[in-house]
Design a binder for this molecule. Structure first.
Ligand SMILES: [Zn+2]
Length: 91
């Protein structure tokens, strides 16, 4: 079970003819998010922000420290580097 609340921010710049048009265009892009909208700013309960890019190369990042040092997939789905994995933070 998730035990931490994260504030996830998705931002995009769109060229539009007004606020409603901009929102509609953002919605269209969000619906197609698997192709385009894959970068999120994720802020944890301590206010620490991490930009998460879900494009393929980012999927091996450590969920705790964002290191790319050989991520290990935990039983709870978290991807951790060996250092964080050895701290026993996840199942
Ligand atoms: Zn780590």
């Amino acid at each position: 079970m998730p035990h931490t609340t994260y504030h996830v921010v998705w931002e995009i710049d769109v060229a539009a003819n007004g606020p409603v048009d901009a929102a509609v265009k953002a919605l269209q892009i969000q619906k197609d998010w698997s192709a385009i909208a894959r970068t999120f700013d994720v802020i944890n309960e301590q206010g620490k922000m991490r930009r998460v890019d879900l494009h393929a190369e980012a999927l091996s990042l450590c969920d705790e420290c964002a290191s790319r040092d050989g991520a290990v997939k935990c039983a709870d789905g978290a991807m951790l580097c060996k250092t964080c994995f050895n701290k026993g933070l996840h199942a």
